[in-house]
Write a protein that binds this ligand. Sequence first.
Ligand code: ADP
Ligand code: MG
Ligand code: MG
Length: 879
Amino acid sequence: TKWVYNFGAGVNDGNATLRNLLGGKGANLAEMASIDLPVPPGFTITTEVCTAYYDNNETYPADLQGQVETALARIEAAVGRKFGDKEKPLLVSVRSGARVSMPGMMDTVLNLGLNDVTVQGLAEGSGDPRFAWDSYRRFIQMYGSVVLNVDHHRFEEIIEQAKLDADVIEDTALTPEHWQQVVEGYKAMVAEEIGRPFPQDPQDQLWGAIGAVFGSWMNPRANVYRRLHDIPASWGTAVNVQAMVFGNMGEDCATGVCFTRDPSTGLNEFYGEYLVNAQGEDVVAGIRTPRPLSQAYAKPGEVSMEVALPEAYAELNKVRDVLEKHYKDMQDIEFTVQQNKLYMLQTRSGKRSAAASLRIAVEMAESGLIDKNTAIMRVNPASLDQLLHPTLDPKATPKLFARGLPASPGAACGAVVFSADEAEMRAQKGESVILVRIETSPEDIHGMHAARGILTTRGGMTSHAAVVARGMGRPCVAGAGSISVDYGAQTLSAAGVVIRAGDILTIDGATGEVFAGTVKMIEPQLSGEFGTLMGWADEVRRLKVRTNAETPLDADTARKFGAEGIGLCRTEHMFFDPARISAVRQMIMAKDEAGRRTALAKLLPFQRNDFVALFKIMEGLPVTIRLLDPPLHEFLPHGEAELAEVAQALGMDAAEIKARAEELSETNPMLGHRGCRLGVSYPEIYEMQARAIFEAAIEVAKTAKAPVPEIMIPLVGVKRELDITRAQIEKVAKEVFAETGKSVEYSIGTMIELPRAALTADAIAEAADFFSFGTNDLTQTVFGLSRDDAGKFLPHYVEQGILPKDPFVSIDVDGVGALVRIAAEKGRKTKPGIKLGICGEHGGDPASIAFCESVGLDYVSCSPYRVPVARLAAAQAAI
Ligand code: ADP
Ligand code: MG
Ligand code: MG
């Protein structure tokens, strides 16, 4: 078996496609060398050796040693130096490198091959004893800490002492003699720590380092990282052994890291940092302050590499171009300059911010480097969310007040209010407010909507506040436990600082941070590139994208983001409005149908206006309206004070209301008297809603494009339920059309959110013009778990790998997805053209959207801020 792959100096056994075998670093070193970039020669020991090592009781394959010797001899010949030679010693670096870069793995060891004898050769050969002794002490320090596990503090103590003794502040002020003393100190300390002398034989050093790389693959840190990132242990790591080049040989030497474009803005500028006369990770280690690579980024007084080392910089700039053209992506590069000569030590595709990723993809496609589809695939749809909200100015340095969970992205700033009603009242006056609650409930929705941001002190990432805020696109910090809220005193306080109602507060929903006062913000830039990429995505996607919206504001936002209609308008959200909740309650309290009809008549104009507003905004696009869904109990007052208030408003006895509330209360409301079951029991409710829809549609059609209402019946499990409710709606349609002498097109369909509905979809399709998969409830009913209670155990299920992901976030393809497939097939069998959509939270989740594409649904519907995410994800699914 070939265990060892050469690279550099004209022999390249590997290339970039062999990433799995050679690891990312090794594969790209070979690739760079093969396109004639200056890569110091070396070899890669494959990931298969790592696997074999662990399969065979931590022993190496028998022929490995021979292959390593041959490869090392090749390096020796190429650079004209010999490993362990006392005049011209070869020094190497030993570098780990898995398929994906992985923290927790062994750090790189540089200058391996130095010992008490070769250090003299290096000093004489280079004529620079300071460089030689500095390199030796670096080697002992790195090898000592990463291979021999000596605490790095022990090394630092010795250097500190040497600086004290020499009475200098900077490392660079130490003389060769000082460094020699440091080396003596190091060796003595290491010998004491490990109970034997520091290894002097370069072969021992080499195999010690190789063993440490393979050993680190199974260390606890690496194991944890692998588990968190789904990286199988069987992948193994590779080991790279490479001839050293030196950035620490003087003022014409340097080392640096850079990106071929600016990784935070995406600007096509050469971005990076370098240090003169330095080695390896000095740049990132923070010992000295690195300088900018290009003059474009230099502040006054800073000497860029462009100015300090113009030849090497020009060379590097050429390499930048070659690498981008070759890899067709932005690269993250590590390099070293030895006596004005440039050497490439690493390249990989560079990590970048969401904004940069967008800009780079679009600019590369526009310049012809990549095609549009590649550009579309380059941008992570989920990251778009970050671009649609204001963010805190990175230059601002406010003092932290408290910290909670980053529940919904974006930054917001406003006056503190403690109740939803007040939030709404003040927002209507044009004020920006932050709604601060211990926790939120469905009655707070209007206030959450009115607020710029939401802060809660209790609850997690799936708490009501978090879920609703994400859905609305409101920034939210949830579960900020260090804050205590006193509703009575109208204050919130943390760590001794008290903030009162009306004071200004700033929250950052992307980080979970909370600040007192105003923090400067940057408005989102739905820049040219954003529009361009979205346009390309729209050209290739097949799935339509609609939004879940019931307020004009949301509907408007969604249309700006490109929604092609409303896929779910939840009418009950309209009932919580303070102006009408009283009529809703009166309807619930009514003793008979006549009483209910009286109350419903009060609601009718409100509801009609709601629909008029939505139809106008949607300008002829389809609008799916779900008739009342939740159990009536949800609309009743909670707590004695509210109860008394309601009793007074309705002119009823508090006791009477209490009794009715008890009557309505259910053990399992999720499985209780809700959805079409309400429509069957109280036909007058759905009749009122249907009338409001038709009257609104006719009114809007007079002056604007005729709306296309799609009336949706929730929670159907039996075809007969749909027959009955459908007949009610059709009857109302006839009445309204007769009364007005006008008519509009409409359709009637159902949610598929119960397993029985999915399994009998062929029958249900006889009575339905469309299906909309309500995958939130479908997930609850398929798993037999309630979303509100699942927070207690679902996270553990995911941690233990019982479930791959939270099924409420990403659709469970095997179970819930199977039912969706069955229902789609059966529905189409009965009605070939039946319109199919999805309106659960999953409609905005890229993985779930890919599933919807595979089933061939017609559209997905998601919250407004997810619309761009869905457009891009739908395009990716179609490519
Ligand atoms: P990491 O994966 O942590 O980036 P690397 O193996 O890339 O570790 O090594 C870190 C740094 O060490 C490199 O960026 C480079 O500066 C330096 N280095 C590694 N190998 C060599 C070498 N052969 N010659 C000079 N410097 C090297
Ligand atoms: Mg490192
Ligand atoms: Mg590196």
